[in-house]
Design a protein around this ligand. Structure first.
Ligand code: NAP
Length: 315
C-alpha cells in the first residue's frame, strides 16, 4: 500500500485548485496525498513527511512523527520563525524553472532602469521630448546581494548581456567573469560600485533592515534599487528619504513588509517607485510538483532527506 503524505496548504482557492491538480498527479506512483483534515489517527501517526504552504504551526505539530516538511515556497523565513528548532526539518522549494523566471525578471527590470524607462515615462506624462545619453551595458555596474540558486543565475544572465556585474554572498564564491565579495567590507565595496543594486538574499536575523540609511548612502549618486527578495530587508523610511532627496533615482519593489501593500502606503504614488505585487518568480505548480515528487520519492525509497534549512543561519 502506498504511504499517505499529508498536505497542509493555506492559499487562495484558485491557487489551491492548481496544487490539488498537479501534486497528486506528480506523486501518484509513490504516495497518496491527503489534506490534513482527511487523515485518520493512524495516518497522522505514520506520517514522516508533509507538504506545506503557509501552514498553521499547530497543524504541523499535530503530526507527532514528522521528520521533515517540503515547503512549496522558496522563501521559508516564516516557517523558520514558527516551527520549533527541534521540530521537523524544513526543505524549501528549489526549482530550476524558478531561477530561470527570476533571472528573466532581473534582466527585464535591470534593462528598464538601464534604458531610463522611468524617466521617459515621466517625460511622456509631462509631454517632454528630451533625449538622455545612452550608456552601454558594460558602463553600468549591477550589484547582486545573495548569490544562491536565484542570484547566481541572475548574475550569469546579466553578465552574458554585457553588464559589469559584481556580487556579494555570506561565504566566499567565485564565478567566471564576475567580481565577487563577501563579509562586511565586501558589502561596502559592492554597494559603492552598484549603479543598480539587486537584492536576492533571504530574510534572516542578519539581513533584516540591512539596506538602511547607511547602506543606501554608500551607493553611487543616482543609483537604483531592485528588491526581489523580501520587504523587511529594506528600511522603507530610509529608502523614501533617499528617493525624495534625489540621491537615488528609482526603486523597483516586488516585496514589502506588509503584503498586500496597504492602500495608504507612500510607495503607491511615489514617482520614484515601481510597485509590483510579489510576482517576479512565483512557484509554478506544474514544475514544482515534479521537484516535490522527486524529493518525496527519494525519501520514501532510501530515507534520504533533501538539503534542509540550517536553523542557525536561518536559510
Ligand atoms: P539561497 O539559494 O539560499 O541563496 C541565498 C544567498 O544569499 C546565498 O548566496 C547566501 O550566501 C546569501 N546570504 C544569505 N545570508 C546572507 C548574509 N547575511 N550576508 C550575505 N549574503 C547572505 O536562496 P535563493 O533560492 O537564491 O532565494 C533567495 C531569496 O529570494 C529567497 O529567500 C526568497 O526570499 C526570495 N524569493 C523571492 C521571490 C519573488 O517572487 N520575489 C521568489 C522566490 C524567492 P552563501 O552563498 O554564502 O550561503
Amino acid at each position: 500500500m502506498k504511504p499517505v503524505v499529508p498536505m497542509i496548504l493555506r492559499a487562495q482557492e484558485d491557487e489551491l485548485a492548481l496544487w490539488y491538480r498537479h501534486l497528486p498527479a506528480a506523486l501518484e506512483d509513490i504516495a497518496v496525498l491527503k489534506p490534513l483534515d482527511e487523515l485518520s489517527e493512524a495516518e497522522r501517526t505514520a506520517a514522516e513527511v508533509a507538504i506545506v504552504a503557509n501552514p498553521d504551526p499547530k497543524d504541523v505539530a499535530s503530526l507527532p512523527n514528522l521528520k521533515w516538511v517540503q515547503s512549496l515556497w522558496a522563501g521559508v523565513e516564516r516557517l523558520v520563525l514558527e516551527l520549533p528548532e527541534d521540530g521537523p526539518r524544513i526543505v524549501r522549494l528549489t526549482d530550476p524553472q524558478m531561477a530561470e523566471t527570476m533571472s528573466e525578471a532581473v534582466l527585464a527590470w535591470t534593462l528598464y532602469l538601464h534604458r531610463n524607462m522611468p524617466r521617459y515615462a515621466r517625460q511622456q506624462r509631462d509631454r517632454v521630448w528630451l533625449e538622455h545619453p545612452l550608456k552601454l551595458p558594460e558602463e553600468r555596474t549591477v550589484g547582486i546581494l545573495g548569490l544562491g540558486k536565484l542570484g547566481s543565475q541572475a548574475l550569469a544572465r546579466l553578465r552574458d548581456h554585457g553588464f559589469s556585474v559584481c556580487g556579494w554572498s555570506r561565504t566566499e564564491k567565485s564565478f567566471v567573469g564576475v567580481e565577487t565579495h563577501h563579509g562586511t567590507d565586501g558589502l561596502k565595496t559592492v554597494l559603492s560600485k552598484s549603479d543598480i543594486l539587486v537584492l536576492l538574499m533571504p530574510l534572516t536575523a542578519e539581513t533584516r533592515g540591512m539596506i538602511g540609511a547607511e547602506a543606501l548612502s554608500l551607493l553611487p549618486d543616482g543609483a537604483s534599487l531592485i528588491n526581489f527578495a523580501r520587504g523587511p530587508i529594506v528600511d522603507d523610511e530610509a529608502l523614501l528619504a533617499a528617493l525624495d532627496s534625489g540621491r537615488l533615482d528609482h526603486a523597483v519593489l516586488d516585496v514589502f513588509v506588509t503584503e498586500p501593500l496597504p492602500e495608504d502606503h507612500p510607495y503607491w504614488s511615489h514617482p520614484g517607485v515601481t510597485v509590483l505585487p510579489h510576482i517576479t518568480a512565483p512557484t509554478i505548480p506544474a514544475t514544482a510538483s515534479r521537484i516535490v515528487a522527486q524529493n518525496i520519492g527519494a525519501f520514501l525509497a532510501t530515507g534520504t532527506i533533501p538539503e534542509s534549512v540550517d536553523r542557525q543561519r536561518g536559510y
